[in-house]
Design a protein around this ligand. Sequence first.
Ligand SMILES: [Zn+2]
Length: 229
Amino acid sequence: MNRKIGAILVLLSLASLLTAFTICIDPGHQEKANLSQEQIAPGSSETKAKVSTGTRGVNTGIPEYVFNLELSFILRDRLQEENFDVVMTRERHDVDVSNIERAELANSAAADLCIRVHANYSSDPSLKGMMLLIPSPTATYTAPIYEESRRASEKIMASLQQIEGITSLGIRVREDMTGFNWSKVPVLIFEAGFMSNPEEDALLASQDYREALVEAIVSGVVDYFLSRR
Ligand SMILES: [Zn+2]
């Protein structure tokens, strides 16, 4: 077979392979917080706000819920170009969707991976960097989704770390995330950077940087699904 035709056939079969996968994107927060409480995990007596307020750019004044949705739209469009099916937990700001409901949306879509998009805050304005958060391997409700969440995160992190000048704070396990604890599908939070750091806040507002972040995530997601056992 002609080598060029062979390469095209490989690409076509990869594209159709990815069509079989559904990604849920959860743009964190919403216009108005909902501070009524919900269980942090199935059967837990501990509760947290249904949707917390989120942060705001110290320099740009951009609310986190706006950044999260704008980045999520870029991510959605790029994943669709790669032939993934994409479901979103919200496409507007004026919604009221709790963290349990967001997890259940990903569950009922039988998503192969849920990517939750957030930006970070610290009282220390010098702190900056992106990180990925994943569910706990030891909590009984998240143990079944830990390994695939970790594998997807490692691929995405490796790709994000290629971005020139980016600060990486690595992959961290969290047991206190309602959206993790109710999830039955592999899930991670992309914390894009600190809106409390003036330079990183400005960077997160730039279209070029947003596109670079999304390109890296998409490349990591593709690597993950192509290598999935
Ligand atoms: Zn957030």
